[in-house]
Structures are given as C-alpha cells and as structure tokens.
Design a protein around this ligand. Structure first.
Ligand code: ATP
Length: 261
C-alpha cells in the first residue's frame, strides 16, 4: 500500500465576493515510504496548497487524500513541517528549547526531552549552539533548528516548503548535503517544495512538475535515477535538467500569458 495517495484531489477557496477559486485540481499522486519527492512549478500553481493538504492544515474540496489508506483529517505528529524562513521559531526560547517544544507539549519528561533535543541538534550540526536564541543564529542555523524540531517528533513524513529559499547559495548547498545525509540516515519520507530545478535534481528520488494555476495539477513525474552523489557535470544530471527546465518554462509562459489576458 502506498504511504500517501492523492486521487483527483482538488482545493478551492472562496473569494470575499463569494466567487470560487480553484488552487489545485485533479491532482493524482502516490508516494512510497522512503521517497524524497520534490515538487516544482510556476508561482501560484498550488505547491504550498498541496503541502498544506498533506500536513492536514486544510482539507480537500474534492477527491481523496490518504495516509496509509486512511483519510487525512487534520495535522498529526507523524507529519513534520518545515517552512521557509525562521518565523516559526519562538524568539524567546533557545535553540534547544525550540527543539524540545513539541516534546514538552506531549508531556515527555524533562530529561528525556533534553536528551532527544540534543541528539537532533547534533544531527543537524548544531551542538554547542543549543543555548543561543534565534536572533543569535544565522539563517542556515535557524533552518537547522527547524529541521531538528520537526525530526524530534520522529515523524514518518517531513513536509518542507522551500526551506532553503531564503539562504545564500553557499549555505543552501551545505544544507542540501546535510538534508540528504539526514534523509539517508533517518529513512524518513520527504516532500520538498522548491523553485530550484538544480536543488530538486540534487536532492530528490523523484521530481514532480505542476501545471500553471489557477487549478494547477501534476503535469509529469520524473524519477531521478542517479545513484550516489550527484554532480552537475554528469550527463544524466544535464539531460534531466534540460527536460525539467523545458517543462517548467512551458508552464511559466502559460502562467504569464494567463496573467496578461
Ligand atoms: N488560504 C487561501 N485563501 C485563498 N486563496 C488561497 C489560499 N491559499 C492559497 N490560495 C491561492 O491558491 C493558489 C495557489 O497558491 P499556492 O500558495 O499553493 O501556490 P504556490 O505554487 O505554492 O506559489 P508560490 O510558488 O508563489 O509560493 C494561489 O492563487 C493562491 O492565491
């Protein structure tokens, strides 16, 4: 059985004037345990909406959305979410207190939650920084705290919405290597939204490209069948890059044409 299955999933919103607005339509996808699935598409096509549906923050207006064969009815600890930027960290808590937060809510005792939080901070390379507040950490460090916090709840699925979008190129590259390493070690399933084709090919086991919105849907899935570390000069990398670039470009042009019409 698939870990996640979306069958003809649609999500519409209602505008203030009462008009219905389709964010995602007829979206079909199955994800197996252990995949690293990257979702690409033009701005506004509905990528974040898909992530939000998977997180259970919002419910579909049409179709079926299931986790291990059961409908997703709300948020749950089996799905950890990492957003772009650092807005979701509590500024008054230290790094380790931020990571512990979910464990504290669940009543995990003080000692165990500190041990577990430290273990995940170590995993993301932040040992020694645990006593710092978010304002004392760099952008990359704050993203690491977010990842550690999500992992501390031991989710089956990590949902990531452009988590490295705000980072400089060098930090971003380092974070990608780190995330791949964590994914290999933790055997967690990842759904990763990005605008960056390179990032998708370097990280993913499969890449999905969406059509332009409104009512974006899945246009094509491409397996990234490159074992080991992926180098940009590899002919397989180049061929995939060109194929995905052409698919995305077609949709960006379509989106621009719709906007101009
Ligand atoms: N809560 C909401 N209420 C009304 N409309 C919404 C809501 N959330 C998203 N939308 C609309 O749904 C469409 C898809 O938005 P979404 O954020 O999922 O796209 P995206 O592909 O993630 O965009 P970007 O790449 O720019 O972040 C957009 O037109 C957006 O305005």
């Amino acid at each position: 059985m698939a870990l996640i299955s979306l069958a003809d999933v649609g999500k519409s919103f209602r505008s203030r004037e009462g008009r219905s607005w389709s964010a995602v339509a007829d979206f079909n996808l199955t994800l197996e345990d252990g995949e690293f699935y990257c979702l690409l598409g033009p701005s506004g096509c509905g990528k974040s909406t898909i992530l939000s549906l998977l997180a259970g923050f919002t419910l579909p207006s049409a179709g079926r959305l299931e986790l291990s064969g059961k409908p997703i009815k709300g948020a749950s600890r089996d799905r950890g979410v990492v957003f772009q930027g650092d807005d979701s960290l509590y500024p008054w808590l230290t790094a380790v207190e931020n990571v512990e937060f979910g464990l504290r809510l669940r009543g995990v005792d003080r000692r165990e939650r500190r041990d577990r939080a430290m273990q995940y901070l170590e995993l993301v390379g932040l040992r020694g920084q645990e006593g710092k507040h978010p304002s004392e950490l760099s952008g990359g460090m704050k993203q690491r705290v977010q990842i550690a916090r999500a992992l501390a709840n031991e989710p089956r699925i990590l949902l990531m919405d452009e988590p490295f979008g705000a980072l400089d190129a060098q930090t971003r590259g380092a974070m990608q290597v780190e995330l791949r390493r964590i994914w290999e070690r933790m055997k967690v399933t990842v759904v990763f939204i990005t605008h960056d084709i390179d990032e998708a090919i370097v990280l993913g086991t499969r890449v999905g490209v969406m059509t332009a919105g409104p009512g974006g849907t899945l246009k094509k899935n491409l397996p990234i069948d490159i074992p080991g570390e992926r180098t940009r000069g590899d002919p397989r990398y180049i061929a995939l890059y060109e194929e995905i670039h052409a698919l995305v470009r077609e949709e960006v042009l379509r989106a621009n044409a719709r906007r101009a019409a």
